[in-house]
Design a protein around this ligand. Structure first.
Ligand code: MG
Length: 459
């Protein structure tokens, strides 16, 4: 049976691999998995194929018996927030997140607002592969579109209650918001003004062609934002990915703040004064040690898990962690919704700046800095599996070796993670240390272990 869902859900180039027929099939399979019991909430980002694909998914859902809500063009976290509040059985987001404009994707959500893990995805794939004609309901049982009001006012109102806006207003924080033409465009400028900021916008008009900048808010795509922050003397710059579940920050000097550092600052602010007895932060194996440094200062425990949002959410539920996050700037807040929240993270960081009356640069510097080196070894999928199995044989026994996801070697002054890529033909090597030279050395050491393993396999 062919797989529909990869490590990032279903994502592909539209009308080449991802066709309306496929979207219809996914909608029908989802309805079948729910036994025709809805309603299912749907939404989409700004991509040119958004409504076309949503119509197709919705047709599948309705022919399988599910009623459908349309939230329209909204950020992914709003969909997650809305699912339990609309007493729905599932959700569908038509988005390709940070992929280039020719891509789109379909991401599925459970009734609690958490994205599907691989287990329910496998069920959808099985149903998808079965004859379609046997899975449609009789004409009397079709689902129907349900009317829902614009969900943005309620979501905005509740978001604003999460921070002390009077403090932000008092500080007269000046921000440059770069929505990149993505889903943040429809909410962010207004939300920031309501939060008390003075706002300048960049690419905050929905644009499915992403002509302003690439939907991935990586440092190399944010040159214009950095320039604008410095030129206008703003306090902070912000940029969201295509579906606004992630946000990254630029400080007033035009310096890009790594996603794991903004996640660490968000955790610091949310948990510092929390009355919770056992403070817990869930993150994945590739996150910077800065999260451990922050956790130490606020007496929190860091629980590590495998890479990927569904794994982090599952672990947060299991250990009852208050916050979870990733190195790319995605942060999840227990008690709010079970997904990465680019809008709440925006307000959280603004709340921190206003509360501390300090710049982002100063706040970031309160915690140790690290250098990171990312590289990789090209290899086939077959090689990946053998390398993962055998590479540990090369590693001296006195080095601490963690096999939670890939292999993470921990040294007294840094670490290196060797992990097969889920999307590319390579074994990823990711090293972190206090100095760049040491991080490079660790990355090279990791590469040597992989190369030696590969030579031995070939012999
Ligand atoms: Mg995203």
């Amino acid at each position: 049976m062919s797989r529909l869902f990869g490590t990032q859900g279903l994502r592909a180039i539209v009308n080449e691999t991802l066709t309306p027929a496929m979207a219809y099939g996914v909608g029908l399979a989802l309805a079948n998995s729910l036994n025709g019991k809805g309603p299912v909430v749907t939404a989409w980002d700004t991509r040119t194929s958004n409504e076309m694909l949503n119509h197709a998914v919705s047709a599948g859902l309705m022919t399988g018996g599910c009623d459908v809500y349309y939230l329209g063009l909204v950020p992914t976290p709003l969909l997650s927030f809305a699912i339990p509040r609309l007493n729905s059985t599932a959700g569908v987001m038509v988005t390709a997140s940070h992929n280039p404009p020719e891509f789109n994707g379909i991401k599925l959500w459970g009734k609690d607002g958490a994205s599907y893990t691989s287990k329910p995805e496998r069920l959808i794939e099985q149903l998808f592969a079965q004859p379609e004609s046997k899975r449609r309901v009789s004409w009397k049982l079709f689902g129907k579109p349900l009317i829902t009001e614009d969900f943005r006012p309620l979501y905005t109102q509740e978001l604003l209650q999460q921070v002390d806006c009077s403090r932000i207003r008092k500080q007269r924080l000046r921000v440059v918001a770069d929505c990149g033409g993505g889903a943040a465009s429809v909410m962010i400028p207004r939300l920031l003004k309501q939060a008390g900021c003075q706002v300048e916008t960049q690419f905050c008009v929905p644009d499915g062609l992403f002509q302003g900048r690439h939907p991935e808010p990586k440092e190399e795509n944010l040159g214009k934002l950095k320039d604008q922050v410095v030129k206008t003397g703003a306090d902070v710059g912000m940029a969201w990915d295509g579906d606004a579940d992630r946000v990254v920050f630029i400080d007033h000097k035009g310096r890009f703040i790594m996603g794991d550092r903004s996640f660490a600052l968000a955790a610091y602010y949310r948990l510092r004064d929390s009355p919770v007895k056992h403070k817990k932060i869930v993150t994945q194996v590739a996150t910077s040690d800065v999260i451990r440094d922050v956790a130490e200062t606020i007496d929190a425990e860091v629980v590590l898990t495998k890479v990927g949002e569904p794994n982090i959410v599952a672990k947060m539920k299991e250990v009852d962690a208050q916050i979870g996050g990733e190195e790319n700037g995605g942060v999840i807040y227990n008690g709010w919704s079970w997904t990465r929240e680019g809008l709440l993270t925006t307000l959280t960081i603004l709340g921190l700046l206003a509360h501390e009356e300090a710049s982002l640069n100063e706040l970031d510097k309160r915690f140790p800095s690290y250098s990171q080196v990312k590289t990789g070894l090209p290899c086939t999928d077959d090689e990946k599996a053998i390398l993962l199995e055998r590479v540990a044989e090369q590693i001296p026994t006195d080095i601490k070796c963690d096999k939670l996801d890939g292999i993470k070697l921990r040294y007294s002054d840094g670490w290196v993670l060797l992990r097969p890529s889920g999307t590319e033909p390579k074994f990823r090597i990711f090293a972190e240390a206090k100095t760049h030279a040491r991080a490079e050395e660790l990355a090279k050491q990791g590469l040597r272990y992989l190369q030696k393993t590969r030579e031995e396999i070939k012999i």
